[in-house]
Structure formats: C-alpha cells, structure tokens
Design a binder for this molecule. Sequence first.
Ligand code: ATP
Ligand code: BTN
Length: 285
Amino acid sequence: MVIPHHRTESFLSWLKSWPGISYNFPMNQNELKRALSKLPLGDVRYFDSIGSTNSEALAWATDGAKDLSLVVADEQTAGRGRLDRKWFTPKGTALAFSLILHPTLGEKPYLTRVVGLAALAVTDSLRIHGLISQIKWPNDVLLNGRKVAGILVESIWAGEEVDCLVIGIGINVLKGAVPSEELLFFPATSLEESLAPNVAREKVLRDILAGIIALRPHISSDSFINSWEKALAFRGEQVQVEQGNGSKITGELVGLEPDGGLRLRDETGKTIPVRFGDVHLRPGK
Ligand code: ATP
Ligand code: BTN
C-alpha cells in the first residue's frame, strides 16, 4: 500500500490503535520533539541506530555538552549494563537514552544516590501509565517481578572529583525488546505485556525525564531515601546478594543506607550494609 506522505502519521496512529497488533516503527521525530518541547533540557541528539547511547553521551560530555543534554536512540548495537554485560535494544521496540548531568557542588556528596533518582523517575512514570513497578536494587525496575528496565550510571572524573554523570536508561516497551530466556540471568518483560501495544515511547521518555528533573533538587533529603526505600522490591523479605567473587550474603531486606547502599538484617539481628559493586540481588535464601 502506498501512503501519501502527509497522511503517514495519522495512518500510523490508526494502525497502532488496532488491538493485538504490535508495531516496530522507528521513533517518530516530530512526536519526540513535541514530547520534549516543554522540558528544560540541554541539547538533544537522536540516532536511528547507535552502538551505545551511554558511550555517545560520555564522549559528548567530554566535548562540552550542557547539563541535561540527552542522547536517544531507536536501536543500540552495543548497549551495555554494568561491567560491560550486554543490554539488548532491538530496533523499534524499546526506549534507550542517556542524560548528561553536571552535578552542582551541593549534589556532589550525594552522587551514589543518582541511580535511585533514575529508578524512582522510572517507577513514577510507569505509575502515570497505570503500572505499579518496583526497584530491584541497585539498578533494575521490575514489573510483575520481571525486569522491564535497566539503569547504568557512569561518571567522568576530573582528578579526585566527579565532573559529569551519564544516566543511561533502557526500557523494554514492546515484546520484541525482551531477549530470549537463555540470554538472561533474571526474567524479563515489556510494558506491552501489561499495557495496550500502542504505548507511546516518546511520552514515557518525557515522563521519566520530567521525573528526574523534578526529583533532582530533593536528592539530598531524607524523604528522597524514604521514597526510594518504599519502591524497593523484596522489602521485608529474605533475599540473597551474590557477589562477583561467588560469595553470598543472606538476610532480610530492611532498607537503604544513607548513601543508597542496601541494608540487610541477618538471623542474629545484625545489620549488614551491602555496597554498590558487582552484586546481584535475588529473592529467597
Ligand atoms: P541482574 O542483577 O539482574 O543479574 P544486573 O542489573 O546486574 O542484572 P547487568 O549486570 O548490568 O545487570 O547486566 C545486564 C544484564 O541484563 C545482562 O546480563 C542480561 O542478562 C540482561 N539484559 C540484557 N538486555 C536486557 C533487556 N532488554 N531486558 C532485560 N534484561 C536484559
Ligand atoms: C542493566 O543492566 O540493568 C543496565 C542496563 C542499562 C541499559 C541502558 S540503555 C541506554 C544506555 N546505553 C547503554 O549502553 N546502556 C544504558
């Protein structure tokens, strides 16, 4: 079928509105511009395909990007999680973006909380769309107990000080974004499995960015830590933290340390802080 150019957008909206039909179209740049137009962002770079939005943002930050500059991509060919583990972002199915932050002097003592800032903005934005999600400490967001989003915060140092942070967020929007089970260490899901297929990626992106911007001035407060704690998956339950060296810590997940580290309680009632690092949180003993 040939679609007259000026009618393409309304045709796509019509097609997307059909129940049960998934669509894999690249991100609509007009909708993206419209969605982001009211946010106080720096500059925005959009790519149909890129290696990793975090790599692009780190290079751009080194090259003088303004605070709140944004890199968005429709597809990542070398998306990554912590310690260079792979993050899959197939074309037309997901949200993948990186936001550059130049922390103020007041924010600098609280930079370990930035992963919580991003995670809370994701859970808040999903709530706007009627979805209740939880944060699997430190960097994942779960929907119905399955991973729907991952966060990777990276930093650029100037001597002893962090000069710049990049918050990278990946969200599985359509079912096609979810990798096959054998590639995963933790079960995954997509927004489509809980919402209608016509989830507007641009609007979810806008809501997350608006959330980060709104929460940022509160990052140093106790109420920020309280909100982050309330959103944690497995709170009050027995969990296991596997460390990169193979050792395991077991206990009840009671909350967070002031720096955003995890606080467990063992059988004797002793509090065990778990630091950020190569750690994997899992439910149960
Ligand atoms: P976990 O604690 O769940 O093991 P993690 O937060 O430690 O994961 P990373 O270590 O940063 O995650 O690595 C990313 C992991 O995410 C990969 O090892 C892969 O299993 C998983 N993954 C990759 N792409 C996706 C995706 N699109 N959706 C869900 N999970 C993914
Ligand atoms: C995780 O493993 O859970 C973190 C995944 C982070 C993925 C996002 S997608 C946008 C940005 N670019 C990347 O290469 N990684 C992050």
